[in-house]
Design a protein around this ligand. Structure first.
Ligand code: MG
Length: 233
């Protein structure tokens, strides 16, 4: 894989689907994710559910949500509601990813509709976009709501929903994400992936999972978008 793979994907695709936590910002920069996971686990314990050690000690609140949906689905709504409240609190101190706003602006200036496709709460994403003046540049937000907690990435639902909402040709869509689940959800839908790898270990992991191109900085993606116009339809 070379940098030409990135340019080729950008030239070939018109619609840009952006994962949120990572490519756009660090959601839990101010309120650490392990703290949120611990709060969610406490709710389970309060309901008389004792999750296994790997859940009780996890750093990832999504592990707690997934466990709940699978093992105690009757508590899924309570955990989702609590998680959403934690995300809304965290979003005030979320750190923008360098080059993220420039990437969104570059899409806007070159006629590329942008959708956000995220397992994070739609409410938290909307709050972030409002705070950072980006709402008007986003065509659609396909994210977690109380109704879809069992269909988060790697399930293809959120990707399909974004493609349909933009009335986009799937062969002209590319997803930018930093997790294996982003690659899995996109490939399940038949669309290509640009892996955002801000750490060396992520480059290997995303490449091994089959990401068609890698960018290590969102600023590099913004530059590539600015200078490579998409192919005519
Ligand atoms: Mg992410």
């Amino acid at each position: 894989m070379t940098s030409s793979a990135l340019g080729e994907l950008i030239t070939r695709n018109r619609y840009v689907l952006l994962d949120f936590d990572g490519p756009i910002c660090s959601v839990f920069a101010g309120i650490p994710a392990p703290t949120v996971a611990c709060h969610l686990t406490t709710i389970l314990l309060g309901a008389g559910i004792a999750p296994p050690a790997e859940i009780a000690e996890t750093d990832d609140p999504f592990d707690v949500l997934r466990y709940t949906i699978t093992h105690t689905p009757e508590l899924g709504a309570d955990i989702e509601t609590a998680f959403r409240a934690e995300e809304l609190a965290a979003i005030a101190s979320a750190t923008p990813t360098p080059g993220a706003a420039e990437t969104i602006h570059a899409c806007q200036h070159t006629g590329r509709p942008v959708a956000i496709v995220s397992n994070n709460s739609e409410d938290a994403i909307r709050a972030y976009l409002t705070t950072h003046g980006l709402t008007n540049e986003i065509a659609y937000i396909s994210a977690r709501t109380p109704a879809n907690i069992a269909r988060l990435k790697p399930h293809p639902h959120l990707v399909i929903q974004a493609i349909q909402a933009m009335n986009a040709d799937p062969t002209r869509c590319v997803l930018v994400g930093d997790s294996i689940t982003d690659v899995q959800a996109a490939h399940a839908t038949g669309i290509a992936v640009i892996g955002y790898a801000n750490h060396t270990h992520k480059t290997q992991r995303l490449t091994d999972t089959g990401a068609e191109a890698i960018t290590t900085h969102m600023t590099a993606l913004a530059d590539a978008l600015r200078f490579a116009h998409f192919a005519c339809e």
